[in-house]
Design a protein around this ligand. Structure first.
Ligand SMILES: Cc1ncc(COP(=O)(O)O)c(C=O)c1O
Length: 476
C-alpha cells in the first residue's frame, strides 16, 4: 500500500528532524552549483542514487521549517496524511480544469471547501476554489471585485473606466497587493495605505477620510482589505466595523485571513474572526495553519455570478461542459490545475474536525507559553494578538547581531520585522504542531545568553574581534 512505504520514510524524517540542524551553515551559491555540476544529464542514473543525493542536499542546505524550533514566517510542519495526498495527486495526476475529466477530484475539493465556507459563515452557494496560495487568492478577489463593480472592465479594460478604482488597506496588510495592483493594471498608486491605531489595527476614521477624499477628487473607491492575522504581527483588523463601513459605502470587503483563517474551525478561537461572515471574499491558505504542504491557498467569494463573469472563456479545444456544473478553468485564474485540495481533505478526514481544531489550539497555547516565558525573561512584548505570533524587543538589542548568533548556535529560527515603519523587533510565530513547552522554555533561556553575547558581538565586531566562539551550537 502506498501509505506504508511513505510512512516509513516520513517516520524516519520526523524522528530525526528535531535533533538535526534548523539552519544551514551559510552555504554559498557557488558551493551548490559546484555540487550540481555533476548533473550534466549525459548519462542516466538510478532513481535511488539521485533521490539520496537530493535528500542530502535538502537536509544540508535549507532552513528546516518543519523543525519544532522554527518560529519564522508561516511555513508549517506537515501532516503525514497531507504528504500521502500530495503523492496520490501526483500519481493519478487528475486534470482539474474540467468536471468531465476529473469528477471525483473536483467533487472532493468542492466538498472540502463547502465545509470551510460553512465555518466562515458564508452562504451555501459561495464560490470557492483552491489556489496556489494566498497571493493568487488575493488577486482573484481584486479581479472579481473589479468585474462586479465595472461590467465593462472585462472586455474593454481599465482604460475604459471613467475613474481610477482604489483599494484601501493598512500598512500591515500583505504586500501581495502591491504586485496585484501592478498586474491588474490598477497601478501601485491605486493602493491607499490607511493608518493603524496603537494596536496596529486599521484605523476606521482614517479609512473614512481617505475614501471621502478620493470620492471628492474623482477616484472610484473599490475595495477594503481587512486582514485576519497580519503577517508581521498577527493583528486582526476590526472586521465587523469594516463590514458595516463597506456596506454603507458600497465597497467590496475582502478579508485576507491567509494564515489566521484556520482559527474559524476552533470553537475556542473563531470569535476572534467575527465579521468574516460578512466578507464579499476571503483568502485562506491551507499551506499555513492547516499544516499541509505548499502550495494550497483558497479563495471564497459570495458573488458566484461575478466569479463566473471574471473568469469566463469559451474555446472548442476544451472538453464540453457537463450540464450546469461550472468547470474550474472558467471560474478561477488557473487553467490546468493540480488536485490541490486532496491534501486538506485527507488530513481533515483522518484527524476529524475536533482533532484539527485541537492542533490549532495547541499552537495557540504554545504561543501563550512563549509570550509569557519571554515576558518573564525580561523581553518587552510589542504586539497584541490572540494568535501565536509574538513581536518583542528589549533595550540595547541589536536584532541583526542577536539573530545571527541565535541561528549560528542552532537555538531557533526567528526573524525580524519593522511594525508601522518603526525600529526592527524580533518576530516569533509558532508554525509547527511539533513545538512543545520544554522546547520553548529552553529556547527562551538560551536567548538570554544570546542577548548578552550579542552585545559583546556588537562591540567586538566594532573592534573586528573574533566570532569563532559564537559559532558553536548550543547543546540541549
Ligand atoms: C496575510 C497574508 N496574506 C497573503 C499571503 C500570501 O500568501 P502566499 O505566500 O500563500 O501566496 C501571506 C503570506 O504569508 C500572508 O501572511
Amino acid at each position: 500500500m502506498l501509505s506504508d512505504a511513505l510512512r516509513s520514510e516520513a517516520t524516519r524524517v520526523e524522528s530525526t528532524i528535531a535533533d538535526g540542524p534548523i539552519i544551514h551553515g551559510g552555504v554559498t551559491p557557488q558551493e551548490i552549483r559546484a555540487h550540481l555540476s555533476q548533473y550534466d544529464f549525459s548519462q542516466p542514473r538510478t532513481l535511488e542514487e539521485v533521490c539520496t543525493d537530493v535528500e542530502g542536499m535538502l537536509q544540508k542546505w535549507q532552513v528546516h521549517v518543519t523543525h519544532p524550533r522554527y518560529f519564522g514566517l508561516f511555513n508549517p510542519s506537515v501532516t503525514f496524511a497531507s504528504v500521502v495526498a500530495d503523492t496520490l495527486a501526483a500519481m493519478y495526476n487528475p486534470q482539474l480544469a474540467t468536471w468531465r475529466t476529473s469528477p471525483a477530484a473536483i467533487e472532493i475539493e468542492k466538498h472540502t471547501l463547502a465545509w470551510l465556507a460553512g465555518k466562515f459563515g458564508l452562504p451555501a452557494d459561495t464560490s470557492a476554489t483552491f489556489t496556489t496560495g494566498g497571493a493568487e487568492a488575493n488577486q482573484s478577489a481584486v479581479i472579481v471585485a473589479l468585474t462586479k463593480a465595472f461590467p465593462e472592465y472585462g472586455d474593454r479594460g481599465l482604460r475604459s473606466l471613467a475613474a481610477t478604482p482604489t483599494i484601501y488597506l493598512s500598512g500591515e496588510a500583505h504586500h501581495s497587493f502591491s504586485k496585484i495592483a501592478h498586474m491588474t493594471g490598477l497601478g501601485r498608486e491605486s493602493l491607499r495605505p490607511v493608518a493603524t491605531d496603537s494596536n496596529l489595527k486599521l484605523d476606521l476614521n482614517h479609512l473614512a477620510r481617505r475614501v471621502a477624499e478620493d470620492r471628492k477628487t474623482g477616484f472610484a473607491p473599490l475595495m477594503v482589505v481587512g486582514t485576519g492575522g497580519t503577517t508581521g504581527a498577527g493583528v486582526i483588523d476590526p472586521l465587523p466595523d469594516l463590514a458595516s463601513f463597506c456596506k454603507a459605502e458600497n465597497l467590496w470587503f475582502h478579508v485576507d485571513a491567509a494564515w489566521g483563517g484556520a482559527a474559524a474551525i476552533s470553537p475556542k478561537l473563531r470569535h476572534h474572526l467575527a465579521g468574516i461572515e460578512l466578507a464579499d471574499s476571503i483568502t485562506c491558505d491551507a499551506h499555513k495553519w492547516f499544516s499541509v504542504p505548499m502550495g494550497a491557498g483558497m479563495f471564497f467569494c459570495r458573488h458566484t455570478d461575478a466569479v463566473g463573469e471574471a473568469f469566463r472563456v469559451e474555446t472548442s479545444y476544451m472538453p464540453p461542459k457537463l450540464g450546469t456544473v461550472p468547470d474550474p478553468y472558467t471560474s478561477s485564474i488557473q487553467w490546468s490545475r493540480r488536485f490541490i485540495g486532496l491534501k486538506l481533505f485527507l488530513a481533515l478526514a483522518e484527524q476529524g474536525e475536533s482533532g484539527y481544531a485541537g492542533v490549532i489550539e495547541h499552537q495557540t497555547r504554545m504561543g501563550e507559553v512563549l509570550r509569557e516565558a519571554l515576558r518573564q525573561a525580561g523581553w518587552r512584548i510589542v504586539n497584541a494578538t490572540p494568535f501565536p505570533l509574538i513581536n518583542f524587543t528589549r533595550d540595547g538589542l541589536d536584532t541583526t547581531a542577536f539573530l545571527s548568533i541565535l541561528h549560528q548556535r542552532q537555538i531557533a529560527w526567528m526573524s525580524e520585522v519593522r511594525l508601522a515603519g518603526g525600529a526592527p523587533v524580533l518576530r516569533a510565530c509558532v508554525t509547527s504542531f511539533r513545538t512543545t513547552e520544554p522546547e520553548i522554555q529552553w529556547v527562551v533561556s538560551e536567548m538570554s545568553k544570546v542577548f548578552e553575547m550579542s552585545k559583546v558581538f556588537h562591540e567586538t565586531e566594532a573592534r573586528r574581534g573574533s566570532k569563532e566562539d559564537l559559532q558553536t551550537p548550543a547543546v540541549r
